[in-house]
Write a protein that binds this ligand. Structure first.
Ligand SMILES: C[S@@+](CC[C@H](N)C(=O)[O-])C[C@H]1O[C@@H](n2cnc3c(N)ncnc32)[C@H](O)[C@@H]1O
Length: 1014
């Protein structure tokens, strides 16, 4: 793989000393380290401290900061070392190739990467060289700001490198996390962890003293956790009936059918008494075993009554929930024994304890309400997620069962009582920090101990509420035994403190300084003077991907009670402020139904929400423009595949006065899923570098010269990115930036006739140029005569590499070949499934009977042969014996059906050959050229037979085409044998993955605190 210079230099910027990231970035190797950051069992410590959404990897954050400050001629090997690389970028990429190959072939090789980059010690001489180079480049000290800092990966990395760092954030929950991430580790170091552990133990002791009796131990092993079902009165008998989507208590991860390791709670119903209980049973055919999983009693919002077997409508379930008639029933208790997890049905003592907890909560409630201990605030009326209200949880406190809420309230109360003692012993500053970490631990307990948790039965762990980034209703949930040693609260405290301690021990510059933190909107940073900052490095919200404040409210209501005194200015509002939040939230733009105003259309609301987001982002960039030095750098990280998102980002940047100077897609997620060829799931973060546009940049013309330049740059970039191992979607998205370097040179762009030209037109040109280039790669003999449908299918397989992909990605490609995805759906080539589009196989498109008396009929696609009694949709399908075929793609599929239906081999070839002869399809026909290209485009997942349920099994046409090319058309097909990468034959020694980082020690509960957007 080659690492070449970005071809994104703009003529107007040459006077300005360039920074490294404008000329070079080892993007592919950074991507490898970003994937490793997440894939070695344990997330980096900042991500484990507290939930925050859409956190960026540390390596890419460090690269963005350092690359924006050091000059373009900074030694690349020093830069690579400062990123924490174990060798040069080339070596990292070669090592990764070996690992990928080993993973695919199941070979064991030693870990060639060593420590993860973010942990590797920083050499003092390298840091000194960087600081010296930065001082020279900027003629003095520098300041870096992340004005939308979120969980803090950018300011953390900047501070670790020893630069003066500023972190601003709009959301108070994020600010609270930031304080513990970018301030405390630098101010207090590991000592804070030690003191927090001491006080954490005290807090736990007091908590256990009050709560222990509510978790009785009935045998030799104390309960580990409790599994509940929500219940509603059965519509016919009124008996409470459980809503359980899966009665498995344990099932192996690769579950495709039950086996001996499956364990169930089997409901046993006493219809006469109107009660039910469970028996714990293993799968099997012997005595005491069950041979099939019990039927779920909840699916897709609807229930099934245990008492009548009849369906319970979802509207009924919601109505009962809103009337307060939805309850919960404990049905299984998990025990952690030396032999592993065991389960038992609840005993009388368990049920009594639940009742007692309920009584205790009722007793404490009035005092707690007065003292503001529990969150009685109402869930907001305007929200993109109405489910808490629909399912009977109008207040935040309702998201907890009685015993869970009792535990949370006692924790708040006890932490408050402990406060004066902590401050007395530790002093104001350290004391406040100790208390803060304990407050974060309470949040962690809340996340894993509310009624929206989930019993994850493949690993036997409790999944936290924020496992999903929404307020989905959980009809069955798990409760931790919070008093257990090593579990429950003990786990939560330990987990937070451990994450903090690791943070404080991460390698850092010998002269680190805590980042300066502010709460406020990035649209207005009055604390900073005009032209005072060197670099703005920001990872803004991506349209509607995450509703930060809506999700953060879950924690806000608790932090307000545990941290309100520490930062009254952060926690003085009812819920999180959202007026200035830069997200697309359509619910905020629907007409107020109560005010009686006419409700606007959903489309109108969407447009308003989009316009609001774009307007706000423009303001954010304008403010960045104001605070930046004239020669300063704006570096933006962006992860999105929707063209609209890119259009709006570029428009905002240009409107704010910036010109784009470089873009680097960095692959931040493993591409492994692509090999399954089912879903296209890989994802990249694009780093985009911008500078202030020169004043009065004037008017540019969208004429042939500009269009050619855009197309050439887009194509050259895609070629370069392909060489760096980025997947085809990222090649496409990565080409947008360079196209924008041309477009964004001007204040305004118009056609020769004076019509204004929008960013989207430039992006369209870039997408079109890249698609044309891809087609050239696939079809050296051209695709003349191949209809847009065939070109589209080809591009989908080539670019998206999967049978299922996002609608917006499909429309991006559709545009490039002049094809609307809706037309493809109408043509029966693809099917829409929610947000996704699914490619239909030849078999799915097959009609039962061939067309006989063909007639001509006018359809969306022009004249089409159709049987007399056939419908339009039928006519658009295919049969291998049809007398005529509408498109080259139909013909290819018909040939494949002939081959497959004759069971391949010589019979299959003979049958297909007969059709080709009859139709006159020769080597130079569009059919042969398309087939050849499809074989080249075939992703690995469809090339070889991979078992019944694989994508390969759904699309046998690829293997048929591969087999037919030579005998039918004399074309030698591409060799599909997988070649091991060079040096792959390393002796088998140890596991493929990192050795330095121990496996996930988070065995108590799952703690994947956040996820990628998109
Ligand atoms: C993509 S996240 C940043 C994630 C961060 N880079 C990390 O790794 O954790 C974007 C952040 O922008 C914040 N935000 C939204 N609107 C804002 C505004 N007007 N001013 C400042 N921050 C804002 C959100 O609260 C969110 O934390």
């Amino acid at each position: 793989m080659t690492l070449t210079t970005a071809e994104t230099r703009t003529k107007t910027d040459e006077a300005r000393p360039r920074v490294l990231i404008e000329d070079w970035l080892p993007a592919a190797a950074i991507g490898v380290e970003c994937i490793r950051e997440r894939s070695t069992g344990q997330q980096p410590p900042d991500k484990r401290l507290h939930v925050w959404w859409a956190r960026r990897p540390l390596t890419v954050s460090r690269a963005a900061v350092l690359g924006s400050l050091v000059p373009a001629d900074f030694p690349r090997d020093v830069f690579e070392r400062l990123l924490g690389f174990n060798g040069s970028s080339e070596e990292i990429l070669r090592a990764q190739e070996r690992l990928d190959w080993a993973r695919q072939t199941g070979t064991r090789v030693p870990n060639p990467h060593g420590q993860r980059a973010f942990r590797r010690p920083l050499r003092t001489d390298d840091l000194e060289r960087a600081h010296e180079a930065v001082r020279r480049q900027w003629n003095g000290p520098v300041s870096v700001i992340d004005p939308m800092a979120g969980g803090g990966s950018i300011p953390l990395e900047s501070a670790r490198l020893g630069f003066h760092t500023l972190a601003n954030e709009y959301n108070p929950v994020a600010c609270s996390i930031l304080e513990a991430t970018v301030d405390y580790p630098f101010r207090f170091g590991p000592k804070l962890a030690e003191r927090a552990r001491y006080w954490g133990a005290k807090l736990r002791k007091r908590f256990v003293a009050r709560m222990e009796r509510f978790y009785p131990k009935t045998g030799t092993v104390p309960p580990h956790c409790y599994i509940f079902a929500r219940t509603v009165p059965c519509p016919d008998t009124s008996h409470p009936t459980p809503l359980v989507p899966d009665w498995h208590l344990l099932k192996p991860a690769s579950h495709s059918g039950c086996g001996s390791s499956c364990l169930f709670a089997v409901p046993v119903v006493d219809k006469a008494r109107g009660v039910w209980r469970v028996q714990i049973r293993r799968f099997g055919h012997g005595a005491g075993e069950v041979s099939s999983a019990p039927r779920p009693t909840y699916d897709d919002g609807k229930g099934i009554s245990l008492f009548t077997g009849l369906q319970i409508p979802s509207e009924y379930i919601k109505a009962k929930a809103q009337a307060g008639e939805m309850k919960s029933a404990l049905y299984a208790v998990a025990l952690k024994t030396p032999q592993g997890l065991e389960f038992r049905p609840p005993e009388a003592a368990d049920l009594r304890a639940l009742e007692e907890a309920e009584r205790e909560l009722a007793r404490l409630w009035p005092g707690w309400e007065k003292a503001n201990v529990i969150p009685t605030e109402l869930y907001p009326e305007i929200s993109s997620d109405e489910r808490p209200r629909l399912y009977g949880m109008p207040r935040w406190a309702d998201m907890f069962s009685s015993r869970q809420l009792l535990a949370m309230g006692i924790l708040v109360e006890e932490l408050r009582k402990l406060r004066s003692e902590i401050v007395k012993e530790e002093g104001e500053e350290l004391g406040a920090a100790v208390e803060h970490l304990l407050a974060l631990a309470i949040d962690k307990q809340g996340n894993h101990n509310c009624s929206s948790t989930r019993w994850e039965n493949t690993r036997g762990v409790v999944k936290g509420k924020m496992d999903r980034h929404d307020y989905a209703f959980k009809s069955s949930f798990a409760e931790m035994a919070t008093c257990n040693s090593g579990g429950g609260l003990d786990w939560a405290i330990d987990n937070v403190i451990e994450a903090y301690e690791e943070l404080s021990r991460l390698p850092q510059s010998p002269h680190p300084a805590a980042a300066e933190l502010t709460l406020g909107t990035a649209t207005n940073l009055p604390q900073y003077d005009d032209k005072s900052l060197t670099a703005v490095v920001v990872d803004p919200p991506y349209a509607d991907n995450v509703q930060y404040s809506e999700l953060a409210d879950f924690f806000y209501v608790w932090l307000k009670r545990t941290q309100g005194h520490h930062h009254p200015e952060w926690f003085s509002t009812y819920l999180c402020e959202h007026d200035q939040e830069a997200v697309v939230n359509v619910s905020r733009f629907r007409e107020d139904q109560k005010s009686g105003k006419k409700k606007g259309s959903a489309k109108e609301a969407r447009e308003k929400a989009q316009a609001f987001y774009q307007g706000l982002m423009t303001e954010v960039f304008k403010e960045a423009h104001r605070v930046l030095r004239d020669d300063g750098v704006l570096t933006v990280m962006f992860t999105h595949k929707k063209q609209e998102a890119w259009t709006s980002l570029f428009t905002s940047l240009i409107d704010a006065g910036f010109t784009i100077t470089a873009t680097w897609p960095v692959k931040t997620e493993s591409e492994h899923s692509l090999h399954q060829a089912k879903k296209n799931a890989a994802q990249s973060t694009v780093i985009l570098v911008a500078r202030k546009r020169r004043p009065n940049a004037g008017l540019g013309y969208f004429n042939a010269a500009m269009i050619t330049e855009i197309r050439d740059r887009a194509r050259a970039t895609a070629e370069r990115l392909k060489g760096e191992g980025l997947n085809a979607v990222d090649q496409l998205v990565g080409a947008f930036g360079p196209a924008m370097t041309v477009f964004s040179r001007y204040d305004e762009v118009r056609t020769d006739t004076g019509e204004p030209v929008g960013v989207d037109q430039a992006i369209d040109e870039a997408a079109d140029a890249v698609s044309a280039w891809r087609i050239e790669q696939l079809a050296a003999r051209g695709l003349d005569g191949v209809e847009p449908e065939g070109q589209f299918a080809l591009l989908c397989w080539d670019v998206l590499g999967a049978a299922e992909f996002r609608f917006n990605e499909a429309s991006l490609l559709g545009k490039a070949v002049g094809m609307d995805v809706d037309r493809l759906i109408a043509a029966g080539l693809v099917a829409k499934k929610g947000e996704n589009v699914r490619m239909l196989s030849a078999r799915e498109r097959r009609r039962e009977k061939p067309l006989e008396n063909a007639e001509v009929m006018e359809t969306l696609f022009g004249s089409v042969p159709v049987a007399k009694r056939g419908t339009k949709a039928e006519a658009l399908r295919i049969h291998p014996n049809d007398p005529r075929f509408r498109t080259a793609l139909d013909a290819c599929q018909a040939l494949a059906l002939r081959y497959v239906e004759a069971h391949g081999g010589s019979g299959g070839i003979g049958s297909a050959r007969a059709l080709a002869r009859q139709q006159g399809w020769t080597k130079d026909s569009p059919v042969a050229r398309l087939m050849e290209a499809l074989v080249i485009a075939a992703p690995p997942g469809v090339r070889h037979d991979q078992g019944e349920k694989s994508t390969a099994a759904r699309f046998p046409e690829f293997r048929a085409w591969h087999a037919l090319l030579q005998p039918l058309f004399g074309i030698t097909p591409l060799d599909w044998t997988e070649q091991p990468p060079l040096q792959a034959a390393i002796p088998a020694l140890e596991a493929q993955l990192a050795v330095e980082d121990q496996a996930d020690d988070d065995t108590e509960n799952e703690d994947e605190d956040e996820g990628e957007e998109d």
